[in-house]
Design a protein around this ligand. Structure first.
Ligand code: SF4
Length: 219
């Protein structure tokens, strides 16, 4: 699948995504309150995918995925330096919404725009069959990727359960069964309380995450 035509197809699709203005020109609800700036990183060689939620303000301003405090924490969780994390040939970073969605009433980020998933994601992931390990960050990415890979999460499944018992939810595919699918909470500092209340996350889940990341990137 890494033939020339597939590589050009991926490049052409990524160009179309980066030029997308759907959420200001024909939104499915209130228009995006700023100009779109789609942010994603994808290649046909990356076997590891960071499947995230949507850019925040700093990522929107710089155009670089996870270029913020959440990214620092995520890299620490994964055991990766910035250099390796941003090596697009080894690590893909694809959020559920490519543009910063704006702030809600409580100053928290709005959910990822649904126009994005409805328009782009299925086509994009059809072009990335080599993915071998997916870190699904937050519920939007978890719902989409578990369902896309034929392992839909039960309605009402709690984040704690999906993160802790990812194998029971069908996460441990590999080879013919499809990629590993590991659920993570968002690395935002807003989730520090959740991490403190769930010490098994740092003790049991993070060592496994680092091992799976190292396996997927071949290091
Ligand atoms: S959020 Fe997605 S669908 Fe909306 S403008 Fe950005 S790239 Fe297009």
């Amino acid at each position: 699948m890494t033939d020339r035509s597939s590589i050009s197809e991926l490049a052409a699709l990524a160009d179309r995504i980066r030029a997308c203005r759907l959420c200001v020109e024909s939104p499915r609800g209130p228009a995006l309150p700023h100009q779109p700036r789609p942010v994603l990183r994808a290649s046909m060689t990356a076997r590891l995918l960071v499947a995230s939620q949507a850019p925040g303000t700093k990522v929107h301003a710089t155009g670089l995925s996870f270029n913020d405090a959440s990214g620092d924490r995520l890299r620490q969780w994964m055991g990766l330096t910035r250099d390796v994390f941003y090596d697009e040939s080894r690590v893909a970073i694809i959020p559920m919404g490519f543009c910063f969605p704006g702030h809600g009433a409580a100053k928290s980020d709005l959910p990822p725009r649904r126009e994005c998933r409805e328009t782009w994601h299925d086509d994009l992931f059809r072009l990335l069959p080599q993915l071998d390990c997916i870190l699904a960050i937050g519920r939007y990415a978890q719902d989409y990727h578990f369902a896309r890979l034929g392992r839909p999460l039960p309605k009402g499944a709690r984040l704690d359960d999906v993160v802790r018992r990812w194998k029971d939810f069908g996460g441990q595919g590999s080879g013919e069964q499809g990629p590993r699918l590991i659920a993570l909470p968002h690395p935002s500092w807003r989730n520090s309380g959740w991490i403190k209340r769930n010490p098994w996350f740092e003790a049991d889940v993070l060592p496994m995450v680092r091992a799976e990341v190292a396996r997927a990137i071949g290091g």
